[in-house]
Design a protein. Sequence first.
Length: 220
Amino acid sequence: MPARINPSILAADFVNMQRDLDRISSADLVHVDVMDNHFVPNLTFGPQMVERIQAVTRIPLDVHLMIDDPDHWAPGYAELGAYSVTFHAEAASDPVALARRLRAIGARAGIALKPDTAPDAYLDLLAEFDQVLVMTVEPGFGGQSFMTQTMPKLRRLRAAVSAAGLETWLQVDGGVTEETIVTAAEAGADTFVAGSSVFRADDPAAQIALLRETAARHIH
């Protein structure tokens, strides 16, 4: 099973965004955190910024919406051409209908779960989603420590995906380093969001390669 590394531009230099995007050209996707200062206590950017990022990079966009009312706003990001649009289970009023709408537009549909959100309500619905994002920090800010207590949730999701014969990606986001990526890969993740560990590296491309190779060795 391949390991995908999606650097989070939350850790990039916002003033030199195109430069930093060029530095991660070997990434599988670029993770774009959209925050509204309501669903999470932080504010990043919205559709205009995502549209510009889409225009200046060839890396597919993995948009993560940490916003209220994704039922209304998420389709717009798919219409901008995002490869993948992930919304939070805690914020969506009808996750299945929203996922189907995103797919109809042409994007992959992802659902994200906060650290304290149990996966039970979604285990029988996994075929509706192309990706499940298990937050390994509380959403809102970069640079936090990886929460190992979320790994049982990830194992449950991996077991359910495997039992159903699905190809749903299982993503982790938060505190991903060379050490914690091993823990996440062994628990069932195949897609990894890394921010600080990539953008603060002297050679981001080499760090992406290291993370990808390390994870691939531990994915079952």
